[in-house]
Design a binder for this molecule. Structure first.
Ligand code: NCD
Length: 320
């Protein structure tokens, strides 16, 4: 991949692409969350279609399997009146050897307003943004282990609906941090919004370099990390990104790093439990916790659609 870079802002300082939350000013993040709440109200919880993006074309370019994120972007664009094309990679010319950029330029020639990109290689959304031939927007739907900005936003939105004051919050993000783009985007969102303390907990094999997260405390002992936290964000073991078996066995992993009801009692009494999905029941989280009263997992899914509506509206609406 070459070194082309893409600036996320246009000449007027408006957001042009959503590639990462890193470096986005707090006010811009808050404005996106506010817009998500507005669109929730205007669309009456998604039951009333809007026409903010009528006549616009959004192309989902997913080079990695995804169910919830792709569906969420698809519904978000459709509920704003856009036309959505789900570009089917398996049957596309990329399997005949067409390069990524040839595919993008071909789609641009047919005119499209936005590409929603997921790719296993970190940096692919930037690479596309830097090499566009039109003024289409690029939305990163997850690249490698680097960023998943709409997940960071939807997690912040979900928490904001339950907690008024982030400056008192202690959040633990637990699991396969090393391979997690969600952890990275969550840290950027939560730090920008002023969360008091962010703890990262992972087995040593799955822990990140401490220098990458100067704003966080890193733990290897889950019982210590979860003590008195207000929020526990659990992550899936991302085996598709691991070199070899980096963890002993799922049963042992659950024993040491799984969120069981018993372990959850070490956290603050009303600790919220979150997970970006897909969840592995009995591996990183027990079923009774995932389905229990402290779990916000399905609220996260619901909020994802409003955050993606807000992002698409921000990037595409009111623009020539
Ligand atoms: C996450 C992803 O793909 O990064 N899932 C998601 O977008 N809902 C996390 C994961 O796959 O574990």
């Amino acid at each position: 991949m070459d070194n082309a870079s893409a600036t996320p802002f246009d000449a007027n300082g408006r957001l042009r692409h959503l590639l990462t939350l890193e470096g986005l000013p707090r006010a811009m993040i808050v404005a996106l969350l506010d817009r998500a709440d507005d669109l929730r109200a205007q669309s009456r919880g998604g039951t009333r279609p809007l026409d903010l993006l009528r006549g616009r074309t959004v192309i989902n370019l997913f080079f990695e399997p995804s169910t919830r994120t792709r569906t969420s972007f698809d519904l978000a664009a459709q509920r704003l009146g856009a036309q959505v094309i789900n570009f089917d990679i398996a049957s596309s010319s990329t399997v005949k050897g067409e390069t990524l950029l040839d595919t993008v330029h071909t789609l641009e020639a047919m005119h499209c307003d936005a590409f929603v990109v997921r790719h296993k290689e970190s940096g692919t959304p930037e690479f596309i943004a830097a090499n566009l031939r039109s003024n289409a927007a690029v939305l990163n739907a997850g690249d490698g282990n680097r960023a998943h900005p709409t997940q960071g936003l939807l997690d912040a939105l979900t928490l904001r609906r339950h907690v008024a004051d982030f400056s008192r919050l202690c959040v633990a993000i637990c699991g396969d941090i090393r391979h997690s783009r969600v952890a990275r985007s969550d840290v950027h969102a939560l730090a920008a919004l002023g969360v008091r303390e962010i703890r990262l907990c992972a087995p040593p094999e799955l822990a990140p370099q401490a220098s990458e997260f100067p704003q966080c405390r890193i733990f290897h002992d889950f019982d210590e990390a979860i003590a008195d936290v207000d929020v526990a964000i659990m992550l899936r073991l991302q085996k598709e990104r691991m070199q070899a078996a980096a963890i002993p066995s799922e049963a042992e992993y659950f024993q040491r790093y799984g969120l069981s009801a018993q372990r959850l009692r070490r956290a603050a009494p009303d600790c919220r439990v979150m997970h970006p999905g897909p969840i592995n029941r009995g591996v990183e989280i027990a079923s009774d916790v995932a389905d229990g009263p402290q779990s916000l997992i399905l609220e996260q899914v619901a909020n994802g659609v409003f955050v993606r509506m807000a992002t698409l509206a921000e990037l595409l609406a009111d623009k020539a």
